[in-house]
Design a protein around this ligand. Structure first.
Ligand code: PMP
Length: 427
């Protein structure tokens, strides 16, 4: 594969951009190569600066559920640009998207738009603290909720990839308010809550963990959290930035039938433009400024281009059978990859929820961070580079999720499985 232009651009980028990238997970560091510089994308295909074409399973880390450049979304955004890129004043578009979100998620009675998932989770925990008058928060090892100080403790995604789960620059005085429990263990939560009686403001969880690879919740886990939080007056926050509108139109809450007090969203609801949102019970949301005292704001919040892309995307997701089709595609490719590994005599542990899936390079089941961390990341790196050579663009870390989108065709999925078979045989 020719990559001279990407290599040259990366060298240039290193001079003015720390590490050559604007977000660490893009750097290909843990897989021992340089990142590809992308020129354009269309449907499920992504094209780099050297003219290589790949089948894309990153989908901009989640938003591209329709594939890239869906013509309806593109046309709507182009028309919106003509009306102005940003006003810093209320628009009808914001009401439309808010109504679509509250309709999709019965637990969300009111919602505030922000510009990233990080802002959504940061603001949701501030609101939970303001509402309860408590300081401590509880998260799970291996879950990632963006990069605000309180949440960079035993975090997943790039932090798991680079082995720095606790970032320098976060004062110990902040981190001490963050308690960390074991994913899929209600017992570990109960112990921490008992030891910190009446001090925990919120439990924040990825109801389907997607930032340590894909780790589904065990039966009873989300229900157990719901019961405990209700008993203890703790705000339960489901971080659905990744799985929201991804695993079903009503996200994880629709799939598992458990309601959160607050929900954070992002990625898909912005249709590829920068958006996040947090919402939930009116009783809690009314404490947010200017209705209440908990402050939160944003120059570009509710940006008209982003609202437009979000509205058009959500409209398309409502097509009859959309999620069923997506699920069938994802099942086909995830099971095909797992079978290819088995046939090659190479053990993997395959997980999937809806169109999120992961091939863990492990013989043992993966259900929390400790079991995920046992994966053979060196073998994954070899597999990743092999797949890239075969024209398959995967997330460049074992601890990330692969996404199938509506634009992947049967031929794309079959090509992916054939590539995986070749790569597993070569391991
Ligand atoms: N929460 C979850 C579950 C995420 O997956 C992410 C991003 N991968 C975030 C929060 C942060 O979102 P953003 O990168 O838009 O700040």
């Amino acid at each position: 594969m020719k990559n001279s232009r990407s290599t040259q651009l990366f060298q240039e980028a290193l001079k003015t951009i720390p590490g050559g990238v604007n977000s660490p997970v893009r750097a290909f560091r843990s897989v021992g190569s340089d990142p590809l510089f992308i020129k354009k994308a269309a449907g499920c295909k992504i094209y780099d600066e050297d003219g290589n074409e790949f089948i894309d399973y990153v989908g901009s880390w989640g938003p591209a559920i329709l594939g890239h450049c869906h013509p309806t979304v593109v046309a709507a955004v182009k028309a919106a640009v003509d009306n102005g890129c940003s006003f810093g004043a209320p628009t009808e578009l914001e009401i439309t998207l808010a109504e679509m979100v509250t309709k999709a998620y019965p637990s969300i009675e009111m919602v505030r738009m922000v510009s990233s998932g990080t802002e959504a989770t940061m603001s949701a925990i501030r609101l939970a603290r303001g509402y309860t008058g408590r300081d401590k928060i509880l998260k799970f090892s291996g879950c990632y909720h963006g990069h605000s100080d309180s949440l960079l403790v035993k975090a997943g995604s790039g932090l798991a990839t680079f082995g720095v789960p606790d970032s320098p620059g976060v004062p110990a005085d902040f981190a001490k308010h963050t308690l960390t429990a074991v994913y899929n263990s209600v017992e570990s939560v109960r112990e921490l809550v008992t030891a910190n009686k009446d001090q925990v403001a919120c439990v924040i969880v990825e109801p389907i963990a997607g930032n340590m690879g894909t780790v589904p919740p065990n039966p009873g886990f989300l229900e157990g959290l719901r019961e405990l939080c209700t008993q203890e007056g703790i705000v339960l926050i489901f971080d659905e930035v990744m799985c929201g509108f991804r695993v079903a139109y009503g996200g994880a809450q629709e799939v598992y039938g458990v309601k959160a007090d607050l929900t954070t969203l992002g990625k898909i609801i912005g249709g590829g433009l920068p958006v996040g949102a947090f919402g939930g019970k009116k009783e809690i949301m009314k404490h947010l400024s200017p209705a209440g005292g908990v402050y939160q704001a944003g120059t570009l919040s509710g940006n008209p281009l982003a609202m437009t892309a979000g509205i058009e995307t959500l409209k398309l997701l409502q097509a009859p059978g959309f999620y069923q089709d997506l699920e069938e595609k994802a099942k086909f490719v995830a099971e095909g990859i797992a079978k290819a590994a088995k046939d090659a005599g190479y053990p993997i542990y395959s997980t999937r929820v809806g169109s999120m899936f992961c091939a863990f390079f492990s013989k043992e089941p993966v259900y929390d961070w400790d079991s995920a961390a046992k994966c053979d990341t060196k073998a994954f790196a070899t597999y990743f580079r092999g797949m890239l050579e075969e024209g398959i663009y995967l997330a460049c870390s074992q601890f990330e999720t692969a996404f199938v989108g509506a634009a992947h065709s049967q031929a794309d999925l079959e090509k992916t499985i054939a590539a995986a078979a070749k790569c597993f045989k070569a391991l």
